[in-house]
Design a binder for this molecule. Structure first.
Ligand SMILES: Nc1ncnc2c1ncn2[C@@H]1O[C@H](COP(=O)(O)OP(=O)(O)OP(=O)(O)O)[C@@H](O)[C@H]1O
Length: 282
C-alpha cells in the first residue's frame, strides 16, 4: 500500500478516523524506518523492515498517548523487530524514531536509553522472564530499587498495590515456579508497571496461556490502558483479541500493508468466546 504524503503536517489529526476514546499527543513517531540484519560470517542480509512510517504525513499516523495498538501479520513480517526498536533494545538501520518526543538515534548513549527504558517503557514478553529465585513481590519491587527514586517503604507499598491491581495479593511470597502461567504473566505486568511507564510494549503476552487466562490478561491490559492512559503496543498472532485494540496495524514482509480502527474497545466475554471456539472446532 502506498504512503500518502501531504504538503505539511498541519491538521493531520483531522484525517484520523474518530473513535469513542480521547487520545493524547503523539508518543511514537517513525519515519523511513528500515532494519537490515546481516548474517554474521556471510554476505547475506535480511530486510526485516522496509521504509515504514508512523507519521503525520503518512496514512499510518503516529501512535498517540492512551492508544492501544495491536500489531498483526504473518510470521517473519517484522513485528518483533519493530517492537524491539520502539523499546530501544535494537537499533534501526536507517530512518528516524521518536519516542515520547525524544529522538532515538545511534548516538543516543546507553545510559540515556537504559534510563528511558527504566522510567518510561514497560516490557511484557510471552515467556515471563521473571527472576526465579525472587518472590512475586521482589520481582515487582526490583525495577523501583534499580531506579532508586522511591524509598524502601514507598516501593514496598507500590509493589503491593500493583500486585493487588493484577489480582495477586494472595500470592506475593510465591516464587515464579509456584505460580501458574497466567499468574506469572500478571506478575510480569505488575513489574512492567512498577515505574509507571508511559508505554507498555507487549510481545505475545497471551501466547502461552489458555482461553480463560488469555481473556483475564487482556481484560487487565484493557483496564490499565483505560484507567492509566498507558499507551499499549502489542504483538499477537491471535485474531480473536483484535477487539481490544483501538487500532490494528498489519505488517507483512517488513511493510505496513493495512490498518483498521475499532471505534470502541470491546472485551471478550468468556462463555460466549468458549461457545464460539467450540462451534469453530465442530
Ligand atoms: N537477530 C536477527 N538476525 C537475523 N535475522 C533476524 C534477526 N531477528 C529477526 N530476523 C529476521 O527478520 C525478519 C523479521 O523477523 P521478526 O521476528 O521481526 O518477525 P515477526 O513478525 O515478529 O515474526 P513472528 O510472528 O514469527 O514472531 C525475519 O525474516 C527474521 O528471520
Amino acid at each position: 500500500m502506498s504512503v500518502r504524503f501531504a504538503n505539511n503536517n498541519d491538521g493531520w489529526m483531522e484525517r484520523v478516523p474518530r473513535i469513542q476514546k480521547e487520545l493524547g499527543e503523539p508518543v511514537i513517531v517513525i519515519q523511513h524506518l528500515s532494519k537490515t540484519y546481516t548474517i554474521p560470517g556471510t554476505d547475506e542480509s535480511v530486510h526485516a523492515l522496509h521504509d515504514i512510517h508512523l507519521a503525520p504525513e503518512s496514512e499510518f499516523y503516529p501512535i498517540r498517548r492512551g492508544e492501544f495498538v495491536i500489531l498483526r501479520g504473518p510470521s517473519g513480517g517484522g513485528k518483533t523487530t519493530l517492537l524491539n526498536i520502539l523499546g530501544t533494545i535494537d537499533n534501526a538501520t536507517s530512518g528516524s524514531v521518536e519516542i515520547l518526543g525524544e529522538a532515538i538515534s545511534d548516538i543516543s548513549s546507553d545510559k540515556y536509553l537504559s534510563d528511558l527504558r527504566l522510567r518510561r517503557i514497560g516490557f511484557v514478553f510471552q515467556t515471563f522472564n521473571l527472576l526465579g529465585t525472587m518472590s512475586a513481590y521482589e520481582n515487582v519491587e526490583l525495577p523501583m530499587t534499580i531506579r532508586g527514586k522511591l524509598g524502601h517503604k514507598e516501593s514496598k507499598e507500590r509493589a503491593l498495590m500493583l500486585l493487588e491491581t493484577v489480582g495477586l495479593q494472595d500470592r506475593i511470597a510465591h516464587l515464579p515456579s509456584e505460580l501458574s502461567g497466567g499468574e506469572q504473566q500478571r506478575v510480569t505486568i505488575a513489574r512492567a508497571l512498577s515505574n509507571d511507564p508511559d508505554i507498555l510494549l507487549l510481545d505475545e503476552p497471551t501466547g502461552d496461556l489458555d482461553t480463560l487466562n488469555t481473556i483475564e490478561i487482556m481484560n487487565l491490559l484493557l483496564r490499565i490502558n483505560k484507567e492509566r492512559k498507558t499507551t499499549c503496543v502489542m504483538v499477537t498472532h491471535n485474531p480473536d483479541v483484535e477487539c481490544y485494540a483501538d487500532r490494528l496495524l498489519y505488517l507483512e514482509d517488513g511493510r505496513f500493508v493495512k490498518q483498521a480502527i475499532n471505534k470502541v474497545q470491546t472485551p471478550l466475554v468468556l462463555e460466549q468466546y468458549q461457545e464460539y471456539l467450540r462451534k469453530k472446532d465442530e
